[in-house]
Ligand binder design. Structure first.
Ligand code: M6R
Length: 621
């Protein structure tokens, strides 16, 4: 949530900052704002509720010449404290206009701090938790032991703050310096020549530099045009950071000719699945990326928990089918937001698999921390190199699909499923529940999947045509059995979040226990059929379910394996996907559901990259 950028160098800071905000707008789009320093006694600030375009219009009206300077910072907001209005938009300034702040996260103790400031006669001008920070820095700079020292003033305030935050401060008397701090929420430094950047993610500055530094927990960085210095909140240097080279290119973070990132990302799925597999089968063995778990430990686990949120949770539900089938280990799948609050039974023989595209999701991060406190070992599946969740985990498997900008998870979801299979095979290999040639055989079948995903993409025109027919429906139901059930849940989530429609996914067997009461004349129901060869029993049972709903007036849209003629008489619309091994079918059956949801949403006139009320990274609980 919230995208933050800071720049010190020789370029026009406004241009750098606005471009960076454009690339990070997926992180939140309730408001946007910039602060530019040019040596004047007040920092020039412009901020506006709504999309970045609103801010750009405001800047044009104010005259960009008024925002000249080579130091600046910007913010794109996902509102937590305070409505998404102009007055709550960041940056916030102190009463003199000399100090400015932008913030991602939540300052949990803002209420007593606000009271303290108000008692001292400071008039706060927003409803945010953030604003207290800027007044406190201003006061620390004006009088007391840190007077006149910008960095020391910022540090003294940071030590008083509780919660999760990335905070960036600028001071008009120090126009070539930015002070930034992180606790739990992300912050990376971009190291240029004669210029330095800080940002919530690297897409903000990959145009200028590939050299980056990931800050650790409770660290502060001071950047100037010539370099950066990292300390802890007490100002001690020598703290560990992680320098890395960015291997994404700019094109990977841009739309590549599509109207929406989401459409580009759907098309990138075959490549994402293929990339996620590369290098993970070496010398006849499955290997993870950062394996800090010994094979002996993999052998000794007696239980697996999978924790995740949203689409990542649906990917986690699929992990259960594969891991239990291949390893005979019991697997529980939990919403990360529920996990730690219900006191799960964990110990050092428990493996917790944490799935997160961003690696930042607060609920999942806290679930990881809870698991570690209970001595469980944690394996992260993540798409963002060096994010907090993989950093705090014992082993990591990266989904290598490049940045996912569209808020709705698509390529992240497919690559998470792929990574689940690798985890399942790694466990089966270590525990000997599959022979090496069986592991090799499963891996070879996985390697064949990208081509099949590409074939499913060819159904897009047909799926779009069907989607347009049902775009005005008030409800769409999704049915599946076995691995088709999590796919049904994911299809419903896509439709809810993109098209703002009532959509629900059900296990076919549950239909008669209640949901069938929803069926009425003309109601669209999307059915994900299992392979007639792979799971014949389930196939015939789901076929019966389709008959039951069709008899009650439902309009059936059926996703079935090519050549599955038994289903044809009961499908008002049939979308055929290639045959695949049972466990791997979700890699195919999910794709039409993504295309369906995107087309329905577009037909209804919605921005599919930035659905209302959502943000890409949910860094608050
Ligand atoms: O970054 P994460 O994978 O941890 O994010 C989890 C969910 O917030 C995410 O999957 C969300 O549900 C998406 N909007 C789904 O499309």
């Amino acid at each position: 949530m919230c995208g933050i950028v800071g720049y010190v160098g020789y370029r026009d800071a406004l241009g750098v900052v606005v471009d960076a905000l454009r690339r990070m707008e997926y992180r939140g789009y309730d408001s946007a704002g910039v602060a530019i320093l040019d040596g004047a006694s007040e920092i020039a600030v412009e901020r506006k509720a709504g999309r970045l375009a609103n801010l750009e219009a405001e800047l044009a009206e104010a005259g960009v010449a008024n925002f000249a300077g080579t130091t600046g910072m910007g913010h794109t907001r996902w509102a937590t404290h305070g409505a998404p209005t102009d007055r709550n938009a960041h940056p916030h300034r102190d009463t003199t206009g000399a100090v400015a702040v932008v913030h991602n996260g939540i300052i949990e103790n803002f209420a007593p701090l606000r009271h303290e400031l108000e008692s001292a006669g400071v008039e706060l001008r927003s409803d945010t938790d953030t604003e207290v920070a800027v007044h406190l820095v201003s006061r620390a700079y004006t009088s007391g032991p840190t007077a006149g020292d910008f960095v020391a003033s910022a540090l003294s305030v940071l030590r008083r703050l509780e919660g999760a935050f990335t905070l960036v401060f600028t001071h008009a008397e120090h126009p070539g310096t930015i002070v930034a701090a992180r606790r739990s929420t992300p912050l990376v430094v971009g190291v240029g020549k004669g210029e330095m950047f800080i940002a919530s993610d690297v897409t903000a500055f990959i145009e200028y530099t590939r050299d980056a530094v990931e800050l650790g927990q409770d660290q502060v960085v001071v950047i100037t045009a010539d370099g950066y210095a990292v300390t802890d909140f007490d100002g001690n240097s020598g703290v560990p950071t992680r320098p890395f080279t960015i291997d994404w290119d700019l094109a990977a973070a841009e739309k590549g000719g599509h109207d929406y990132f989401m459409l580009k990302e759907i098309e990138e799925q075959p490549a994402g699945v293929a990339e996620t597999l590369i290098g993970h089968f070496d010398n006849g063995r499955i290997v993870l990326d950062e394996q800090r778990l010994a094979d002996q430990e993999l052998r000794e686990f007696d239980k697996v928990f999978v924790v995740a949120c949203g689409s990542s949770y649906h990917a986690g539900l699929l992990a259960k089918y594969a891991i239990e089938h291949w390893t005979r280990l019991p697997v529980e799948v939990e919403l990360a937001s529920e996990f730690r609050y219900r006191d799960p039974v964990l110990d050092r023989s428990t493996l917790v698999v944490a799935i997160s595209q961003s690696g930042e999701t607060a609920d999942t991060l806290e679930a990881v921390r809870h698991a570690k406190e209970q001595k469980a070992r944690v394996l992260a599946i993540c798409n963002t190199n060096g994010a907090q969740i993989p950093r705090e985990s014992d082993a990591v498997l990266y989904t290598r699909t490049g940045p996912e900008i569209g808020v709705a998870s698509t390529k992240a979801f497919l690559t998470q499923i792929t990574a689940n299979y690798l985890v399942g095979l790694a466990l089966a290999q270590a525990r000997g529940t599959k022979y090496p040639d069986e592991v090799a055989g499963e891996f070879a079948q996985l390697e064949a999947m990208p081509e099949l995903v590409a074939r499913v993409l060819e159904t897009a025109p047909q799926v779009r045509e069907i989607a347009r027919r049902f775009a005005r429906a008030s409800t769409v139901l999704f049915l599946g059995r076995h691995v088709g059930y999590p796919v049904a849940l994911e299809g419903a989530l896509k439709l809810k979040e993109l098209a703002y429609m009532h959509a629900e996914g059900f296990a076919g067997g549950e239909l008669k226990h209640g949901p069938i009461a929803l069926i009425e004349d003309g109601l669209p129901v999307i059915v994900v059929m299992p392979s007639p060869k792979g799971r014949a029993v389930l196939h015939s049972k789901l076929l019966s379910n389709i008959r039951e709903i069709q008899a009650r007036g439902a309009r059936t849209i059926v996703i079935a394996e090519e050549g599955d003629d038994t289903v044809r008489p009961f499908a008002d619309h049939l979308i055929e996907i290639p045959a695949a091994p049972t466990l791997f079918q979700p890699l195919l059956s999910t794709v039409p559901l993504q295309i369906f949801a995107a087309e329905v949403a577009q037909t209804r006139g919605y921005d599919i990259d930035k659905p209302r009320n959502l943000a890409k990274s949910v860094t608050v609980e």
